[in-house]
Design a protein. Structure first.
Length: 276
């Protein structure tokens, strides 16, 4: 059995989260789904039992993504009462996109927020996009970590830079970081999860795949596995850690860019302490 067959056949266990579709009253192309996922983690600080983390990914701001979808997702964050927001890359697609809109659309986030860059960000204007995110009060992590206090207890956020564009450095990200307690890993490219320290009870949040964009169960997984990207969507239990691949909010305006079987997604995680 090859490594990819093993991954697809055993370790890549897709979860079935509670999914709620959020639709504009009159319909429209900016609807998306909220996936609600409970995750039990070893080593989670007791103060973080029930902590709620929202993930936005692959916004691809520009002609292929309705601004209204992103605006509504940002507004939903406070309505949902989440404690922390993470953004996992690809805020634009190419240099022709309105790069200044990244800061404008995300400035409405008034909850502690952390981000990593994606491959399209690196191929476009990484320094400019990082600056825009930081001006929106979003902490950008590139192969580094930070410790923030939530509910009076420390939570370590580790941000691994994008692997697709060759910028990932897991060793540098974890260097000097706490080795216990509540820890959250951000990585745009899902395959990064294979390089994380084993059996640490880490939750790694990623995006990149758009859930397959055009998804046919069984076939899409095989195609991605053949491209050395076996993690397509949802939850995977890997080497003593948990990976979740968000389908992203971007793409899907009219007939220019579309999704089939892979609706846009915002995911909300409720963290639980693992009870052996």
């Amino acid at each position: 059995m090859s490594r990819r067959q093993f991954v697809l056949g055993s370790t890549a266990v897709l979860a079935t989260p509670y999914v709620e579709k959020v639709v504009r009253p009159k319909g429209g192309t900016w609807e998306f789904e909220i996936s609600r996922v409970d995750v039990a983690l070893r080593g989670l600080d007791p103060a973080h039992e029930g902590l709620r983390v929202a993930q936005l990914s692959d916004l691809h701001i520009g002609p292929s993504t309705p601004d209204g979808r992103i605006i509504h997702a940002v507004r939903m964050l406070e309505r949902e009462g989440v404690d922390l927001v993470v953004l996992t890359g690809d805020y634009v697609t190419n240099k022709g996109d309105p790069l200044e809109r990244v800061q404008e659309l995300l400035t409405g986030i008034h909850i502690p927020a952390f981000a990593v860059l994606g491959n399209h960000d690196h191929w476009t204007a990484p320094a400019y996009l990082r600056q825009g995110l930081e001006r929106a009060n979003i902490t950008v992590l590139q192969n580094t970590h930070t410790v923030t206090r939530i509910r009076g207890a420390p939570l370590t956020v580790l941000g691994v830079d994008d692997a697709r564009s060759g910028h990932a450095d897991v060793e540098a990200t974890f260097r000097g970081a706490p080795t216990s307690g509540s820890r959250l890993v951000l990585a745009h490219t899902p395959i990064t999860a294979d390089s994380l320290p084993e059996s640490q009870g880490l939750l790694c949040l990623s995006g990149h795949t758009h859930g397959g964009q055009v998804y046919v169960r069984g076939i899409t997984e095989r195609v991605y596995a053949a491209l050395d990207s076996p993690y397509v969507r949802g939850r995977y239990d890997l080497r003593g850690n948990v990976l979740y691949v968000n389908r992203g909010l971007g793409y899907g305006r009219g007939g220019r860019k579309y999704r089939i079987g892979a609706d846009p997604e915002m995911s909300i995680f409720t963290l639980r302490r693992f009870e052996a």
